[in-house]
Design a binder for this molecule. Structure first.
Ligand code: BGC
Length: 449
């Protein structure tokens, strides 16, 4: 029996955040406006100063170093950098440069995401992602921002989770603009694909050594009832429309239905240097005859272990094998893979250690079976403002009291430090934190790298 499941040398352990969720003091984007809509945010929470990153990131960057992190993925706020169309604010750039210096000085490799759900209010007024003009607007913002930061950063994500932006904003109607409109959803998704391609080319033209991708929310769809034709159809349809069309577009440059009519876009072809996967849970689909729901609703198996619940029920169920399956499937794309988000809401931290170990073991097993996974960014370091769930869901390795700003590491922080610094899952670690996983992780000696 092997006493250790090793990760490859140089594997990056880190965390992920986004500007709106941590910076605080945002006033100029659609989420700041949305927060003021009655009933929009759970418990009517406000982001307020959030994690106060606009003032200082020192304490949290120190925490990253203490936890053995060597990568951090964060986003820059379009509405700060370009507060009005074509007007760029060098003070915002200076602040992001300080953040980059702070990370690099602590030995942490930064990845910048250029769009993470928020749009400047001026872009909203122009029709946001619903109009194709956004492609040029986004390109102009990307050109300015990358030119201003490229001496400090060479890893870029263009757009975070177009799938979630479209689903939550235009199908489920829980994010702004709270629409339930399939044709509009498809138009937004198409514009995001086009903007990604153009942004990819723009960044490479500015920085030859850039590594560029986008972060996709991948759900490892399956039918709820294995033999049920309707459920199988819904799972297939959601995978095809939500994920496969996107991956096909960035690989081949073609927009298949329903994003297009098979039209080719050279800027989109091979527009990713790595695959960035955000994975939280496997999504099981139950058939519904409702075309507005694209014939499926999300479900979880009876008896599954569930994370903390948000307004509409459990956020996720424990399904690390979905992450393994994704990594194995994505091998076909022939590019390095990064887990760019993974975690769970668990305020009392009674599940997180085992969930983390289960997901890390899934990644390790995929690597042992040939998947080129290079890093893992945990969502997230410190509890942050969870969009429409406000402060109701706690994803941090470190707890935050938003009223005082006081940070208190959860036990999982120590587990993260142990595994990241050892770059391996030792049997002793698993035995200590989640002995029930021992038989599953250490009975077969198949995971040596
Ligand atoms: C998003 C994050 C969010 C996390 C947890 C991801 O879909 O990119 O912004 O906080 O999930 O819900």
């Amino acid at each position: 029996m092997s006493a250790l499941l090793p990760f490859p040398n140089g594997f990056k352990w880190g965390s992920a955040t986004s500007a709106y969720q941590v910076e605080g003091g945002q006033t100029n984007n659609q989420w700041a406006e949305f927060e003021r809509t009655p009933g929009a945010i759970w418990h009517s929470d406000r982001s307020g100063v959030a994690n106060d990153w606009w003032r200082s990131t020192d304490a949290d960057f120190d925490l990253m170093r203490e936890l053995g992190m060597t990568s951090h993925r964060f986003s820059v706020e379009w509405s700060r950098i370009e507060p009005a169309p074509g007007v760029f604010d060098t003070r915002a750039i200076d602040r992001y440069r300080q953040m980059l210096d702070g990370l690099i000085g602590r030995g942490i490799t930064p990845t910048i995401c250029l769009h993470h759900f928020t749009n400047p209010l001026w872009l909203q007024k122009q029709g946001s992602w619903e109009r194709v003009e956004v492609v040029e607007r986004f390109q102009s913002f990307v050109r300015y921002t990358v030119s201003a930061l490229s001496d400090l950063c060479s890893r870029w994500l263009t757009i975070n989770e177009p799938q979630v932006y479209v689903n939550h904003g235009y199908l489920e109607g829980i994010f702004p603009p709270r629409q339930k409109n399939v044709p509009l959803a498809l138009r937004v998704y198409r514009n995001m694909a086009l903007a990604h391609g153009v942004a990819y080319q723009t960044i490479h033209a500015l920085q030859s050594q850039a590594q560029v991708g986008n972060a996709s929310a991948l759900r490892a769809f399956r039918p709820l009832r294995a033999g049920h034709l309707g459920d199988k159809f819904a799972a297939r349809l959601w995978a095809a429309m939500g994920e496969d069309v996107w991956l096909h577009a960035i690989e081949h440059g073609r927009l298949l239905p329903p994003l297009g009519v098979g039209d080719n876009h050279p800027a989109l072809r091979d527009s990713f240097d790595f695959v960035a996967v955000n994975y939280y849970t496997r999504t099981l689909m139950r058939f519904t005859p409702n075309p507005l729901r694209i014939f499926g609703t999300r479900a979880h198996p009876a008896g599954a272990e569930l994370s903390d619940s948000g307004r509409d029920g459990p956020y996720s169920w424990y399904a690390p094998d979905g992450l393994y399956d994704l990594c194995m499937e994505l091998r076909a794309l022939g590019k390095p893979i990064y887990i760019s988000e993974n975690g769970l809401p668990d305020a009392d931290d009674d599940q997180r250690p085992r969930w983390l170990l289960g997901h890390w073991a899934a990644v390790q097993r995929a690597i042992a079976h040939g998947a080129d996974v290079r890093g893992y960014d945990h969502w997230t370091l410190v509890d942050n403002f969870e969009w429409a769930e406000g402060w109701g869901l706690r994803f941090g390795l470190v707890a935050l009291d938003p009223a005082t700003g006081v940070r208190t590491p959860r036990p999982s922080a120590e587990l993260f430090r142990t595994v990241a610094t050892q770059n391996a899952l030792h049997a002793a670690t698993v035995q200590h934190w989640a002995p029930e996983l021992m038989p599953e992780l250490f009975s077969n000696n198949i995971n040596n790298i």
